[in-house]
Design a protein around this ligand. Structure first.
Ligand SMILES: Nc1ncnc2c1ncn2[C@@H]1O[C@H](COP(=O)(O)OP(=O)(O)OP(=O)(O)O)[C@@H](O)[C@H]1O
Ligand SMILES: [Mg+2]
Length: 274
């Protein structure tokens, strides 16, 4: 769909005798999602964004949560504009992006908005295109979704290169992670993004590993899909302390076990990229 949009724009630009403003190569697009709520998506996406930006990459983090977006609190930001302003075309994407640690650029989500504009596939595609065409998104676009299995989340998932699914070891979270994989597979219709799993709030590496193995075998058996174990984070009070300090844990507690795990996850993501 995006290729087609690019081609049309290029043709239009050629007809008008000027160079097409679109990039032929889009940035690597990574969706961080879960199924179950409260499993750590926003903390993981925000910290991964900062780590990747620290590797001298141009990274845009999109808080795609239109109801309860709280990336800005975790990162300690005060954005003037947010997702709803961009979706309504009230402001250009580059004016809506705010700078965070290591030069990470963030599009804030919305919170408690009763009149958030409906996200149709057309508005979602338009949003992605405008982000792709912006300079700060040269290397990575990270999309932090809300919880649930909505059409909006599935759209982002099937238009991405990687889907990072976050689960905790609790069976309810694992079951919801499986449901997410099932619906992504159904929606993707053969062109699947790379599936990667992070087990969060584990009591031990062994528990995290066992959680992954169980889910991997069910996904393999029933859906015939592969999923990579991207890593795990132990339950660590450093995260909630960092949330209270409105400073991401990789900055607030860079030597904590979770900060080290997040760096290992970012490294694996880079190595196993497209
Ligand atoms: N490894 C961890 N150890 C301890 N607490 C954690 C850990 N990861 C996340 N938390 C805590 O879990 C809560 C939920 O985290 P977060 O907001 O990142 O989840 P979420 O999946 O984005 O939630 P939502 O579905 O509401 O968007 C927060 O209170 C956070 O402090
Ligand atoms: Mg969240």
């Amino acid at each position: 769909m995006r290729d087609q949009a690019n081609r049309l724009r290029e043709m239009a630009a050629q007809l008008m005798g000027r160079k097409a403003p679109v990039k032929t190569e889009r940035p690597r697009t990574i969706v961080v999602t879960s199924g179950k709520g409260g499993v750590g998506k926003t903390n993981i996406a925000s910290n991964l964004g900062i780590i990747l930006a620290g590797m001298r990459k141009n990274v845009v983090l999109v808080d795609a949560d239109a109801n309860l977006g709280n990336t800005e609190m975790i990162l300690g930001l005060s954005p003037k504009y947010r997702l709803s302003h961009v979706v309504r075309n009230e402001v250009d994407i580059t004016d809506a992006l705010v700078a965070s640690h290591n030069g990470l650029k963030v599009l804030a989500g919305d919170s408690g908005k009763y009149d958030f504009p409906t996200l149709t596939t057309a508005t979602q595609q338009q949003l992605l295109d405008s982000i792709y065409e912006s300079e700060p998104a040269k290397d990575f676009v990270l999309i932090d979704t809300s919880a649930g299995l909505t059409d909006e989340i599935l759209f982002f998932a099937v238009h991405s290169d990687d889907v990072i699914i976050i689960t905790t070891p609790e069976p309810t979270a694992v079951m919801d992670a499986y449901a997410m994989v099932k619906l992504v597979q159904h929606t993707a219709k053969g062109s699947m993004p790379a599936l990667r799993l992070v087990v969060n709030m584990a009591k031990s590496p062994r528990e995290a590993e066992a959680t992954f193995r169980n889910l991997e075998s069910v996904i393999q058996h029933f859906l015939h899909e592969k999923i990579e174990f991207l890593g795990f984070l132990l339950y660590d009070a450093a995260i909630s302390k960092s949330v209270c300090a409105q400073t991401p844990v990789v900055v607030n507690a860079p030597h904590s076990s979770v900060a080290l795990s997040l760096r290992a996850i970012a490294h694996k993501l880079m190595v196993n990229g497209r």
